[in-house]
Write a protein that binds this ligand. Structure first.
Ligand code: COA
Length: 260
């Protein structure tokens, strides 16, 4: 499928989804959010895709935020709808995919851009990356999950400071905060993501999906993550991947997971 603002390319088990509006620093307008939803959905449904990498086009930006020009005239109800539909169609959707999603933060990740990176399962950044939630400088707050996911990742005090100051942090500070897992040079960013994807792909995709569900459960209101873990753990025992994984161990060979 072809999109106006998104590129999606799959090879060797990895689907790379690129936000492609470089003239607007890849800002997320409604069309881009819709196209990203479709691209993530298609990648998640493709049995050949074991890992998704999301990144931004060009050398300057991952995503410089929601498209400010698009929402500048919105009313209270339009603002609320923008946040709720965006969360449902893209940010929560990505966070809850069964396929692992790695964000390759290759430049500015601001506002909705950092929120997209935080919705991914984990993040790598290149050394030119700058991250922040500058919404209060526009008279609004983060609306795509930022007030929830930033404190989950960096702690409440650091999130409060980042959101209140509307400032940007550099890649090394993001690493220190635990917001990103690795920092690389610009040229090494995507290869490093592929290296990690390669390690993920040797494991059971069914068990990885169960682990994502169990980990995310801790952050869902009204859910008990320990109970979810028990249920997901039990379900693994009924999978072909579990049979292959345990059998391969006992036979002292490498597991070849069917992904079922
Ligand atoms: N929404 C809409 N357009 C955006 C955008 C956004 N979030 N971020 C950047 N752009 C557009 C600029 O308007 C400009 O378009 P133009 O050339 O048609 O005027 C183009 O992208 C390039 O941006 P520019 O500001 O000229 O680049 P810069 O290098 O001087 O500054 C930033 C880079 C990221 C510091 C600056 O673009 C910025 O502050 N963006 C907004 C960040 C933000 O507040 N995001 C949260 C939104 S809720």
């Amino acid at each position: 499928m072809t999109y106006n603002n998104v590129l999606s390319e799959s090879a060797n088990g990895v689907c790379t989804i690129t936000v492609n509006r470089p003239s607007k620093l890849n800002a997320l307008n409604t069309e881009t959010i819709s196209e990203l939803h479709e691209a993530f959905k298609a990648a998640d449904q493709d049995d050949q895709v074991k890992v998704i990498i999301v990144t931004g086009s060009g050398e300057k930006a991952f995503v410089a935020g929601a498209d400010i020009a698009e929402f500048a005239d919105f009313s209270v109800s339009e603002g609320e709808k923008l946040a709720s539909s965006g969360q449902a169609r893209l940010f929560d959707f990505v966070a809850n995919l069964s396929t692992p999603v790695i964000a390759a933060v290759n430049g500015f990740a601001l506002g909705g851009g950092l929120e997209l990176a935080m919705a991914a399962h984990f993040r790598l950044a290149s050394d030119n990356a700058r991250m922040g939630l500058p919404e209060v400088s526009l008279g609004v707050i983060p609306g795509y999950g930022g007030t929830q996911r930033l404190p989950q990742l960096v702690g409440k005090g650091r999130a409060m400071e980042m959101i209140m100051t509307a400032g940007m942090i550099k890649a090394d500070k993001a690493l220190e905060y635990g917001l990103v897992n690795h920092v690389t040079s610009q040229e090494d960013l995507i290869p490093k993501c592929h290296e990690i994807a390669g390690k993920i792909m040797t494991n059971s995709s069914v068990a990885i999906a169960a682990a994502i569900t169990a980990i995310n459960s801790n952050y869902e209101a009204g859910e008990n993550g320990y109970d979810t873990e028990i249920t997901e753990f039990g379900k693994c025992f009924g999978t072909a991947d579990f049979k292959e994984g345990t059998q391969a161990f006992l036979e002292k060979r490498k597991a070849l997971f069917p992904g079922k």
